[in-house]
Design a protein around this ligand. Structure first.
Ligand code: AMP
Ligand code: MG
Length: 655
């Protein structure tokens, strides 16, 4: 059962609004809609049902809430958030209740998920958001812990405890929480929990956003609650500058995608040579010891360690035969005897040490002289099972099979492996301005390059690709393409048409055919992203609506589609980064992740250093071909000085 289906959302809008001059906070106009509508739009996609706790202006709240109930306090006199929690828990039709106040429209879109993880892990009654804050008056003082009790996920079963607490006359959230098992969840983005307490706050936040945008979907909750679109327009509620707290951090988007996607079930059994780059579906268990017998690591002489000469002495051994790889020598040497042995040959019975031939003090025909310090007993042997023990897991399932894996499996005598079936991925480009190769390039048109980069990236991932070419910005053509793709593929990758300004129908049609969220991400390049499930009849496919700009397509593919596709393939998906010294200063704004194209090389001191390719615009594809890595500048990071260490992701790995 999905988490969402277990959670009811409760918006706490029942306060008196004292600090705003007793106005009803939730109904304050904000970014083209109202505060509560913005909160609703962020909460809706995380929950199965919703309620609003309000004590005034109930018709206005009801108009926003659609079919969801608006619940006034049961206790008299604006008794505070616990009174709201009480009616919320009384109403709650699911096992969990997620609360958010009406004056905080920036909270994370994965809040339910992250609170839930802690609730489960700590077997708690309630999970609460916590951030670390600094005192603006004392910026050098240590940060302090700031709990946010109104952002919590609580088990509906605590209602009797709450009623007992309220019956004592107590009203403080903190006091009630003391009677519960509380899991605290540290969120690193404190701006996401900032609330709007005063009219000055409101105006400040209004100004930090650019022109107001469409109203978020405060649609009837039946629809809003079931679909992330509400959040999409809420998250994208302003066409704000980067650094807008409503933009979703890259890691959050990755987590949200990952949480929804599961590996394909089907497997197939292949001959070993056909299994390169496929994902192992079952553990490879070693049927034998590798190596299967003790053997020599060197060309030399096998002997008994107990016969080696004492301190200061030498000893002479007589060679009684030769052991070759594949041709064991079966006779055990006696005291003073040895066996000439080649690398990989089985150690003759009774022997436990090998003298490499170049360490002999003298060789005269069959007589070999050894000094006391030439080797120690036990030297130069490869022991049976030292690589792999019979019955042990040689390679765990989920491994993307690389050349070394094929070799290892062969070394076990295994000729066939069970792998996950290949993923089918359909892709197409959208845009009336796109021309395919071979067509005439009229004024205002561009050749479709995304088709080729997407083809390459999908092919490299080992997917079965379904190239659907260019689809015009025409609703019928887009709908037909998405339906066909959903029927034939596990995943659909599109490029273009997902930004808010896009003068085309892509978003509309995607939303129509599925449960698709349109995110605005705190990243550069690649701000818009659509993700969700497209359904047609019995068939469905995961949709990744990537931006149109050629560099943005690649970066968003690598950051979002690739890990998700690998997960569907049943494979481990970590992208490896390494550190390199920045050869130049790099401008970077904190509050978004930036992916800059870089060239990594070795500096004079032999350490890796990275410089940027020239222009970094998201349409400048030459910056990608020139680059051999991406410099990853993390969300919180600011400007980089020359000489600072930065994270880089190499384009080419050795394996
Ligand atoms: P869009 O997101 O559709 O507004 O597109 C953003 C920019 O990317 C526009 O300049 C488009 O012309 C360009 N673009 C979109 N798709 C492609 C493509 N397949 N190949 C090259 N450029 C594209
Ligand atoms: Mg377009």
């Amino acid at each position: 059962m999905s988490l969402k289906s277990k959670v009811t959302g409760l918006i706490l809008a029942g306060g008196r609004g004292t600090r705003m001059g007793r106005v009803d906070k939730g109904l304050q106009p904000f970014r083209g809609t109202t505060l509560v509508a913005q909160v609703l739009a962020r909460l809706a996609p995380q929950v199965a049902s919703l309620a609003i706790n309000a004590n005034r202006n109930l018709p206005q709240y009801q108009a926003l809430a659609g079919a969801a109930p608006v619940l006034p306090d049961y206790l008299d006199g604006f008794a505070g958030p616990l009174a709201g929690l009480q009616v919320g828990l009384q109403f709650c039709p699911t096992e969990l209740l997620l609360t958010a106040p009406c004056d905080s429209p920036f909270f994370p879109l994965d809040m339910a998920e992250r609170l839930h993880a802690a609730l489960e892990a700590e077997d708690a009654d309630l999970a609460m958001a916590v951030t670390m804050e600094r005192d603006p008056e004392q910026p050098d003082a240590a940060p302090f812990r700031q709990p946010h009790p109104v952002f919590s996920l609580v088990k509906a079963s605590v209602l009797p405890q709450l009623e007992a607490y309220l019956a004592t006359g107590a009203r403080r959230m903190e006091g009630f929480y003391k009677s519960l098992r509380v899991a605290e969840v540290l969120f690193d983005d404190s701006a996401a929990f900032s609330n709007i307490n005063t009219l000055e706050d409101l105006h400040h936040h209004e100004r930090t956003a650019a022109a107001p945008d469409r109203a978020p979907a405060a649609a009837p909750p039946g629809r809003a609650a079931g679909s992330p679109q509400g959040a999409a327009s809420g998250a994208a509620g302003s066409r704000a500058a980067d650094g807008d707290p409503a933009a979703l951090a890259v890691e959050q988007a990755q987590r949200l995608i990952c949480a929804r996607i599961a590996p394909v079930e089907a497997t197939e059994t292949l001959a070993l040579l056909a299994a390169l780059d496929r994902v192992l579906a079952e553990d490879i268990v070693s049927p034998i010891n590798v190596p299967a017998y003790d053997n020599s690591a060197m060309d030399g002489y096998a002997l008994r360690g107990s016969d080696l000469p004492a301190e200061g002495a030498t000893a002479t051994f007589k060679s009684i035969g030769v052991a070759y790889a594949g041709h064991p020598f079966a006779q055990a040497p006696q005291a003073g005897q040895c066996v000439r042995i080649m690398t990989g040959a089985a150690i003759p019975p009774g022997c436990d040490s090998v003298l490499p031939q170049e360490l002999a003090a003298g060789i005269d025909g069959d007589n070999v002289t050894i000094a006391h310090n030439a080797i120690r007993a036990g030297a130069n042997l490869r022991r049976a099972g030292e690589d792999l023990k019979a019955g042990g897991i040689a390679i765990a399932k989920g491994k993307l099979l690389r050349p070394a894996d094929l070799g290892l499996i062969a070394s076990l005598g295994i000729g066939e492996v069970t792998v996950r079936r290949k993923l089918k991925v359909a892709f197409f480009s959208t845009g009336d301005e796109l021309r395919s190769l071979g067509e005439k390039l009229e004024d205002g048109c561009v050749y479709d390059s995304n088709r080729y980069t997407l083809f390459g990236m999908l092919q490299r991932l080992g997917c079965e690709v379904l190239d659907m070419g260019v689809v015009r910005d025409d609703p019928q053509a887009l709908e037909a393409a998405l339906r066909a793709a959903a029927q034939n593929a596990d995943a659909i990758i599109t490029s273009g048409g997902v930004s808010e300004g896009a003068a085309d129908h892509t978003r509309e049609i995607m939303a129509l055919l599925g449960d698709v969220a349109f995110w605005k991400l705190a990243m550069r390049p690649g701000r818009p992203l659509a993700f969700g499930k497209v359904q047609t009849g019995q068939d469905s496919a995961w949709l990744f609506g990537l931006p149109g700009n050629p560099v943005a397509v690649m970066v968003s593919f690598y950051m979002f589609a690739r890990p998700a596709l690998l997960r569907m393939m049943g494979a481990d998906s970590q992208l490896q980064t390494m550190q390199a010294r920045a050869a130049q200063a790099i401008r970077k704004r904190a509050g978004r992740t930036e992916y800059q194209r870089g060239i990594i090389s070795l500096a004079e001191d032999g350490a890796p250093q990275v410089r940027l390719t020239g222009a970094q615009g998201s349409g400048i594809l030459s910056s990608m071909t020139e680059a051999n890595c991406i410099v990853v500048l993390r969300h919180d990071q600011g400007n980089v000085d020359a000489g600072d260490m930065v994270d880089v992701m190499l384009f080419d790995g050795l394996v």
